[in-house]
Design a protein around this ligand. Sequence first.
Ligand code: IMP
Ligand code: MG
Length: 205
Amino acid sequence: TQISDNWPGYSLDLFTYPQHYYGDLEYVLIPHGIIVDRTERLAKDIMQDIGDNDIVVLCVLKGGYKFCADLVEHIKNLSRNSERFISMKVDFVRLKSYHNDQSMQDMQIMGGDDLSKLTGKDIVGTGRTMKVLLNNIEKYKPKMIKVASLLVKRTSRPDGYRPDYYGFEIPDLFVVGYALDYNEYFRDLNHICVINDHGKAKYRV
Ligand code: IMP
Ligand code: MG
């Protein structure tokens, strides 16, 4: 699950993607199909670990919505096929901390009335966002908290937070797609891609 720093990625010509992003991307880092297949395995691992406990899935919006939806779908399918009936509730919080491709100091948390147990997240970059969120969840004294993040970035920063489950460890690059955005753009791209300088300039705010 480690994508190395010199991994060249896949050529954009191998796949389809929205025409309005032609010229804005460098390459495909993780194709959509691989994301979905890996998420299925995370669902299986999570199922194994939670035993007979009921779960509350806390989806971190907006970037985590695709991963969370696919993860929940896989947990549902696995539990149906295994005759182990896990009751699931789903809740949402919204966090915002990025401006262009930079992590900002002030973090906003909105929503989430039932902050407990499992959280489904898009990406752990510096890990700052996750720490703030966990501090907030712990106030509710849940029986167990597990964090699942699709991506973990290899940042040079020492305070790197490690989720309990993650899909891929990626180089310290700014990535978009599969609900991950650059100033709200590229969420409508299926694959996880690396944005190029042209794309960055075009959507800079
Ligand atoms: P952190 O606080 O640096 O860990 O950043 C966490 C949040 O920033 C994530 O939940 C994402 O929404 C956003 N983020 C971090 N890195 C990226 C990236 O490469 N692409 C898009 N969003 C990112
Ligand atoms: Mg964002």
